[in-house]
Design a protein around this ligand. Structure first.
Ligand SMILES: Cc1ncc(COP(=O)(O)O)c(C=O)c1O
Length: 354
């Protein structure tokens, strides 16, 4: 199917305009010379509103459903520096919806000592915030399940009082949300066609897996041979490839596309996580600095910094052959560069100097 037909099919599904699309497709001239390849960046960090990010694409579909259901409150979940939550708050404010966040705080104690980065923005936009601190020994996944249980009671109480609520899972990981990235893939292919670029690889950070599932569905729809290199930012459960393939297949089903993705096609690189989620690695810190100095573009420490470290390593080790056309999808997260030092790392030299 060609990109224009695929786009038409997706645009039949309700969507509210929230972001600034298409996001720019930019050539990284200096790094391209340095690594003897043609390197491009898809600037979803500029997708707006309020510092943008990849979740705006998902929210355009999710919140269309919320609006259709006459929702008053929108609930969602994430870590205390969640980009997804901050993007949800901004999108809700634009649409006159009331955002409620359940934020996991993993730093010890009941809540952070300071409101920095994304949390600072959540506070300015006056989101209702409930902090959840996991009991020692339980995993982040179990802690999220616990948040879902507490919020279910909260939602029930509000609904008993006649208030409609809409619940968005962590990362907007459901078929309606993932459709946003299927449309994103089509948007990119149209830009590549206009600029006559034959792309070989797309490299990007993967968390909940929604971006990956949406892109895979788009790739299947267009029968594209662009290779995906998703780079993980956290330890992945064993069943993740299956979950992502199932989600991509749900998206294809909504669109009535008769093709399916096998879990063997879902290959996630877990080699750049470092010590764990929200823990900066030497490679990610140095990747953030390299892109900032070479191109004047800032990444975030939790997602895009680690994924970009992966891209640079692939280029240096020639795991991506020289002369390839490679796109890094900047999925946003910029406010996290202003988060706690333990999350950001020592991103500039002489960190104790003014
Ligand atoms: C900046 C950034 N990049 C990438 C991701 C991963 O996206 P997904 O959850 O769709 O895998 C996130 C998720 O929150 C993010 O905030």
């Amino acid at each position: 199917m060609d990109a224009y037909r695929a786009e038409k099919l997706i645009l039949n599904i309700p969507r509210v305009p929230i972001g600034f699309f298409p996001t720019p497709l930019q050539k990284l001239d200096n790094l391209s010379k340095k690594y003897n390849s043609s390197l491009y960046m898809k600037r979803d960090d500029l997708s707006g509103p309020e510092f943008g990010g990849n979740k705006i694409r998902k929210l355009e579909f999710l919140l269309a459903e919320a609006v259709k259901k006459n929702t008053e409150y929108v609930f969602t979940y994430g870590a205390h520096q969640s980009n997804h939550c901050r993007e949800t708050v901004a999108a809700c404010r634009k649409l006159g919806l009331k955002p409620v966040l359940y934020l996991l705080y993993l730093g010890g104690g009941n809540k952070p000592g300071q409101y920095l980065g994304n949390l600072f923005l959540d506070k300015i936009m006056d989101a209702e915030i409930k902090f959840v601190s996991p009991t020692p020994g339980i995993s982040a996944y179990e802690a999220v399940e616990h948040s879902y249980k507490i919020s279910a009671e909260h939602i029930l109480q509000l609904e008993k009082g006649g208030h409609r609520c809409y619940d968005i899972p962590v990362g907007g990981f459901n078929p309606i949300g993932c459709l946003g990235f299927t449309l994103g893939f089509i948007e990119l292919v149209k830009q590549l066609q206009d600029k006559k670029i034959k792309l070989d690889y797309i490299v990007f950070a993967t968390g909940s897996g929604g971006t990956l599932a949406g892109l895979l569905a788009g790739k299947a729809m267009l029968n594209s041979d662009i290779k995906m290199i998703p780079i993980s930012v956290d330890v992945e459960p064993k069943d993740k490839p299956k979950k992502i393939a199932d989600m991509a297949n749900e998206v294809l089903k909504i669109l009535g596309i008769d093709t399916s993705i096998n879990e063997n096609e879902v290959i996630i690189d877990t080699g750049y996580i470092g010590e764990g989620y929200e823990k900066p690695s030497e490679a990610s810190t140095s990747a953030i600095r390299e892109l900032a100095i070479e191109e004047g573009i800032v990444l975030d420490p939790v997602y895009t910094g680690k994924a970009f470290a992966g891209l640079l390593d692939y280029l240096r080790k020639r795991l991506i052959p020289q002369d390839s056309n490679v796109l890094f999808w900047h999925t946003g997260g910029t406010p996290a560069i202003f988060a706690e030092r333990e999350i950001v790392g020592h991103v500039y030299k002489g960190v104790n100097e003014l």
